[in-house]
Ligand binder design. Structure first.
Ligand code: HEC
Ligand code: HEC
Ligand code: HEC
Ligand code: HEC
Length: 196
């Protein structure tokens, strides 16, 4: 009984974090080209370039490989992987499998881009512009999602047809399909000018 209650509370907290807490309300997707304008300075950690060189930016190319075709064949998909909603829902930012569409400003070819993790960022972009033009009251950091492990696990889970339960090894030798610490280290794009 006690354990069940704990699980329910945990699930409830998770649902709230996913649906409301993480992303700025009423914001729409702007696309990574916007982020590049303000987040690609070398001394600030080149977030855009790091993303561009990461596996996430190549998530569509990956759907054209033989491995992808093999995975799709097993599932008997009606369409090629790079056009199948069953694959695009995790390989494209904000893709809606029900309508078969990505948000207006999102290019499918860019795969998993900034707003897949940070959430739709039109409000942040507007606030960032105010900040850059000297508005001391502008708070861009409050209008953008701060992703965490739960964000990653919306895609990094057993529903991935190429999921490997032993992809990661924890310090104590345990195998796991996803380890946030090690996985984030592979796509790290922190700003070295900011002390955490
Ligand atoms: C007009 C400039 C501008 C644009 C465009 C912009 N940002 Fe920002 N962003 C800022 C400023 C200014 C800050 C606050 C100072 C900083 O942390 O560099 C910031 C901070 C952030 C932070 C850190 C928040 C924190 O406090 O830890 C994230 C994450 C972020 N932006 C993501 C994005 C993403 C994703 C995009 C594209 C969808 C984007 N930004 C577009 C200007 C911009
Ligand atoms: C919208 C879905 C989605 C989200 C959210 C997401 N990923 Fe991914 N991730 C993918 C896809 C799809 C690939 C495969 C890309 C490829 O190889 O073409 C991938 C690949 C990776 C890889 C390379 C494979 C590996 O495990 O070594 C790492 C590392 C990674 N993601 C880390 C993260 C982290 C850390 C987060 C959360 C902060 C995250 N991802 C959030 C979809 C996502
Ligand atoms: C639940 C989200 C999800 C769905 C749905 C999904 N993928 Fe992925 N895909 C991922 C993630 C995350 C990765 C990164 C590797 C991992 O952790 O599984 C990935 C990686 C891949 C890879 C690279 C192989 C590897 O081991 O890195 C291929 C190929 C692939 N996906 C094909 C597909 C195909 C084909 C479909 C549709 C039939 C599909 N994916 C649907 C999330 C997904
Ligand atoms: C796969 C998920 C994922 C993608 C894609 C992604 N980010 Fe992030 N980003 C994160 C996570 C997680 C953190 C927080 C790390 C932390 O708390 O230390 C972060 C942190 C940041 C920060 C704050 C850095 C700091 O040290 O203050 C900025 C700015 C940022 N991201 C911008 C971007 C931009 C721009 C893009 C696209 C070009 C992008 N991110 C793509 C997951 C992602």
């Amino acid at each position: 009984m006690k354990n069940t209650a704990v699980i329910y509370i945990a699930l409830f907290a998770f649902a709230i974090a996913v649906t409301a807490g993480v992303f700025a309300e009423d914001a729409t997707y702007v696309g990574n080209g916007q982020c590049k304008i303000c987040h690609n300075k070398k001394d600030e950690g080149e977030a855009w370039t790091k993303w561009k060189n990461s596996p996430h930016a190549k998530a569509i190319e990956t759907l054209n490989t033989d491995a992808a075709k093999a995975a799709a064949q097993k599932l008997n998909l009606a369409k090629a992987p790079a056009e199948a909603p069953e694959c695009l829902k995790c390989h494209v930012t904000g893709y809606d499998a029900a309508t078969g569409k990505a948000p207006e400003k999102i290019q499918t070819a860019d795969g998993v881009q900034c707003e897949a993790c940070h959430g739709p960022a039109s409000a942040h972009t507007a606030e960032g512009k105010k900040f850059k033009s000297g508005d001391k009251d502008a708070k861009p950091g409050e209008k953008i999602g701060h992703p965490d492990e739960a964000t990653c696990k919306k895609c990094h889970n057993e529903q991935s047809p190429t999921w490997k339960a032993d992809r990661y090894t924890l310090p104590d030798g345990t195998k796991t399909g996803f380890d946030y610490k090690q996985a984030y280290a592979k796509i790290e794009h922190n700003n070295p000018l900011k002390k955490k």
